[in-house]
Design a binder for this molecule. Sequence first.
Ligand SMILES: [Zn+2]
Length: 469
Amino acid sequence: MTVLISPTLAQQAPDPLKKSVQETIDARYSAMTNLSDQIWAFEEIAFQEFKSSAALSAYAEELGFKVTRGVGEIPTAFVAEYGSGSPIIGIMGEFDGLPGLSQNKVPYKSPLHEDAPGHGCGHNMFGVASLSAAGAIKDLIAEGKLKGTIRFYGTPAEEKFFGKLWMIRAGLMDDVDIMMDWHPGDETETDVQKGLALVDFIVEFKGQAAHASGDPWNGRSASDALELYTSGINYYREHVKPTVRMHYHIQDGGQVVNVVPDYSRLWVRVRDTSREGLMPVWKQVEKMAEGAAIMANVSHEVTLVSGVHEILVNRTGSAYMQKNLEALGPITYTAEEQEFAKKIQEATGKPQIGIVSVIKPMKETLEHSMGGSTDVGDVSWVVPTIRMSGTTAPNGTPWHSWAVVASGGMSIGHKGMGYAAKALAMTMVDLYQNETLRNEIKAEFKEKKGDYVYKGIIPDGPPPLKAGY
Ligand SMILES: [Zn+2]
């Protein structure tokens, strides 16, 4: 039997440049871990990442990049660029945390600062690894060993408002040939799943306050409307496809028990595995707010926050990422790190297997993959995007939890960050060296995108920097 090897896979870039990017990243490892630990300790959330953005962009300048801050009408967004001409390869880095997840670097729940945010999604490592990969490529361009432009995107507010949407709207990614991305995780793999499209909107009900017992007949309750509305959403769950997810967060349900509440507010999120499936569900859930308002005799208002597309997976580019992960092989851990991992697994009710670090074959791209959502989805409809996941926490770690914060602040997270930087840089070496590969990646993108004209799900006007929700 003849085994056919893809011609582009056979023409991988020569190893010396890949070795060189690995050495650069090794040489900068302590600078990287310091920066990651700083961002970890800043504990900043969406659109408030002022110190984290300042630290990352300062490091970009130190590495020799030209930095433009405050792009896309977002003070904490920035672009760092080096080189000139074609190809333009982009790489994205996030750096926002999550509310309420502050945590010490210990394998049991122990807040560093009570009620403060924490890096429960590992974004303290995300931006640093991507920028470091860009830095290694920058050096090769400076030495004349690669030709073109490298551009790092500092992308804020992934966790709440999806900052990339405004960066796309500003046209910042229009000229990019191929975009790179990674995410911290509990496994190392080429990420070829689509995730979910979603939309976020705020529903407010406004009624009339009155004494809850003295003259309730004068009251019109905004909290009645809220209860009727959430009941409607929960009944509706039975009549949507299994791929749909609906969530709500009650942000204001009244203040005290002896007042008929004249105001209530909730954040509503609807998801599906594709934007097309999402649209009718979104419209229905919005419409139901009107029904609840009629029943409670109050007024209502719906305000769009933002929404994201599912990811347009590029398997041609992903195959190269996979080759580079296989070339790097699994991460090795010390006995202390394995002990730390087992304690995390014990504390979170998972099998105490330590960190199993293997590079599995690239998975099939599922038609309906479940899981989370990301504004990387939108980027992937504008420019072909290649993604990976790097191990920064023990297998099975509940995500968006204290355990991710703990692992991301110590050597388990640091190792995954360094590893991701290498894999991303090695794959970018392939992209710069191989024009045929770039064209194949673009051809797959074009074919999958078809005649869809991308339009971001965001309201007109500036991003909600001070929206109060
Ligand atoms: Zn994340």
